[in-house]
Design a protein around this ligand. Sequence first.
Ligand code: HEC
Length: 179
Amino acid sequence: MWSMNTNKYLGGLVVVAWLLLVADFVGDQLIPPVEPIVSEVAAGLPSVAESSASKAAEPVVPLGILLASASIDKGKKVAKKCVACHSFKQGGKNKVGPNLYDIMGSKRGVVAGYSYSGAIKAMGGVWGFDDMDQFLKKPKKFMPGTKMSFSGLKKPKDRAAIIFYLRSFSNTPVDLPKN
Ligand code: HEC
C-alpha cells in the first residue's frame, strides 16, 4: 500500500515540481523582467500627482477658455441643481429664487415681483462673467447674507457650463469674454 502508491504520488509530485521550475525559467526568458515596468509606472507617478495637485489649486484654466468650450447640453445638466428654485424662461415664475431670464449682463436683484435679501440689494452692480463665477462657486462667500441657500458648484467647468447656459436665455446674449 505504502510503497507502490506513495511512490507514484511522490514521483508525480517531483515531476510537477520540476515542470513548474522549467515553466518558471522559460517564462522568465519569454516575459520581460518586471522591474522596468514598475519603474516606468513609478516614473509616471509624479506627473499624475502634479496634475491632480494643480486641479486642487483651481483656476488652472481661465473662465474665458472654459466658456469657449462649454456646451448648452452640459449647462442643462448642471442646471438641474438650480431648477428647484429658479426658472430660466422668459416670463417664468419667481420660485424660491427669482426668474433668471436674461440675467447675464443684467443688474443684480431687480427682477420684478421678487423679494430679495438686503445683501444683494446692497451689493448692486451688474452680473458679469467673473463675478457670476465667484457667486456660483460659493454664494454665501461672494455675497454674505444672501438668501440663496445653495452650497455652490466646486468644479470650474460646471460653473462655466451653467453660465454659458444662463447666457443663452436672452434675446440678445452678452458677448463671451475675450481671451
Ligand atoms: C435652494 C434654492 C436655490 C437654489 C438651489 C439656487 N438658487 Fe439662486 N437664488 C436663490 C435665492 C433665494 C436667490 C435670491 C438671493 C437674495 O435675495 O439674496 C437667488 C439668487 C440667484 C441669482 C441672482 C439673481 C438676481 O436677480 O440678481 C442668481 C444669478 C442665481 N440665484 C443663480 C443660481 C444658479 C445658477 C443656481 C444653480 C447652480 C442657483 N441659483 C441655485 C435660491 C436658489
